[in-house]
Design a protein around this ligand. Sequence first.
Ligand SMILES: [Zn+2]
Length: 107
Amino acid sequence: MEEKGYWLCENGHEEPIGTAFAGIELELSRDCSTCHKPMKMIRRDSMTGQERYESDKERKEAERVSAEKRAMAAQEAKNATTGEQTATTLRNMATNSRAFADKIRSI
Ligand SMILES: [Zn+2]
């Protein structure tokens, strides 16, 4: 149904298109026969093509952002590890130099 196209009003009433001639829609607008609201034509080849493009773009953007966040989290974890290692190294160096100073004092 979407392939051929159909009319849809804002209240969700659907009506089939009936006046297409050789793929050319002869109706430019239509009012809903149920609620008399203006209807718009839904077609896969025009509107849904754009919508599909937009949704692809949004999905790719979401994937890119989450990949960036994962990379950032990995980098932060790495930085934290490096920072902890540095702190441990500095603590060890301080302990060693205190031990060395004690040793010198005891000579
Ligand atoms: Zn309607």
